[in-house]
Write a new protein. Structure first.
Length: 400
């Protein structure tokens, strides 16, 4: 029994000794986190405890959910930037969301889609990228294409989307299209409407040509950013009421639309950085849609519009940077609506307008300031003014 008591006593003493030793180590701060609650020695200065002084979860956190989160600061997600392809960029509120189902065409270009089956293969795609070639074009073409609804998810095209020579009657299926570098709608002989383009916001070039049953271009109400616009040779087109949101553009060409009587669109357009050509629209009588236009940096041509009687749609126009031509407008009788025009940077040509008094041409020349181009005027209605407006020298000499 005594020996047993001695063994217990020795074991208790050993345990006490070990506890004392551990306490001394904690006081010297060599054990992170075990004694930090009451210790007042150098522990606070050199403690590497992650819960206190140098905690990497707080002071120098590299956690992607906080300080350097790549999901917020430098996001390249296609849902934000609109493109995770070669032209992706930093997300901004004004960028178009092109979705995250991207098709990058790696085969020969142009990329021909000439059957309904090939179109079906693109179902669900939101973004088509074509710039792996010098011919970045996707041609949806041929009589085998009758329905564009397989493209109903498509939002963006990096390249040219050409819909031509198909048998579609509408552009149903393109309701979600937001942007395309170029959009060509050409020679679709059964096409009657482009209303499906109601959400198209930006396009560098828009071409609507040779669609014989197309009666209007209503439906482009969201298009606010456009470069060049061409509307030509659409035999059934009677009015041009589209494009109400465009404020600036580069070139606009409206030509050879035989039944077009009214250009009432473009109501917000104030500046053209290139030219405006309205030519050979035999039935055109009204150009009221250009009421906000003040500057045409390039040339302005009003030629061959047989029913145009006046320029009442151009009452705010004050500057033409290039040449100005008014020709072969048979029922034109007055230029008085151009009273705000003071600058023509190129030549001024007013000729072959059978019912326009020659003095109207001379009056326009007279109101120009600093005109230094060549003035040509002949074949207008004869009156007391000569073709060369010889009694008007203010324009050529530097203004009145």
């Amino acid at each position: 029994m005594r020996s047993m008591t001695l063994v217990v006593w020795l074991a208790l003493c050993g345990a006490a000794f070990l506890l004392a030793a551990c306490g001394d180590d904690g006081g010297r701060g060599s054990d992170a986190g075990l004694d930090g609650s009451t210790d007042t020695d150098t522990d606070t200065d050199t403690d590497s405890d992650t819960d206190t002084d140098t905690d990497t979860d707080t002071d120098t956190d590299s956690d992607t959910d906080t300080d350097t989160d790549t999901d917020t600061d430098t996001d390249t997600d296609t849902d934000a930037d609109g493109d995770a392809g070669p032209d992706s960029g930093t997300d901004t509120d004004t960028e178009i969301d092109c979705g995250d189902v991207m098709y990058t065409h790696t085969g020969p270009l142009p990329f021909y889609v000439d059957s309904q089956e090939e179109l079906e293969a693109l179902a669900g795609v939101t973004h088509i990228y074509l710039y792996l070639s010098t011919a970045p074009e996707m041609e949806v073409t041929g009589a085998g294409v009758t329905d564009l609804t397989p493209l109903s998810s498509l939002r963006c095209v990096d390249g040219v989307l050409d819909i031509s020579y198909t048998e579609v009657t509408s552009l149903a299926g393109l309701e979600n299209l937001r942007s395309s570098d170029r959009l060509d709608i050409t020679n679709d002989e059964l096409l009657t409407s482009v209303e499906a383009l109601e959400n198209l916001r930006e396009v560098d070039t828009l071409v609507i040509v040779g669609n014989s049953l197309l009666e209007s271009v209503d439906g482009l109400s969201s298009l606010s950013n456009a470069g060049a616009i061409g509307v030509s040779s659409n035999g059934g087109l009677t009015s041009l009421e589209g494009f109400p949101a465009i404020e600036t553009a580069y070139n606009v060409s409206i030509t050879n639309n035989a039944l077009l009587t009214d250009i009432g669109g473009f109501g917000a357009l104030s500046t053209l950085d290139g030219w405006l050509h309205i030519e050979d629209n035999a039935a055109l009588a009204n150009v009221s849609g250009f009421g906000a236009l003040t500057i045409v940096s390039g040339s302005l041509r009003i030629v061959g519009n047989g029913d145009l009687a006046g320029f009442y749609g151009f009452s705010a126009l004050d500057t033409i940077g290039g040449s100005f031509t008014i020709q072969a407008c048979d029922v034109l009788t007055s230029l008085e609506e151009l009273s705000a025009l003071f600058t023509v940077g190129g030549d001024l040509t007013i000729q072959e307008n059978d019912n326009l008094p020659q003095c109207q041409a001379c009056d326009l020349l007279d109101q120009l300031i600093g005109f230094s181009g060549t003035f040509s005027s002949s074949g207008n209605q004869a009156d007391t003014c000569t073709d060369d407006c010889a009694d008007i020298d203010a324009g050529v000499d530097g203004g009145t």
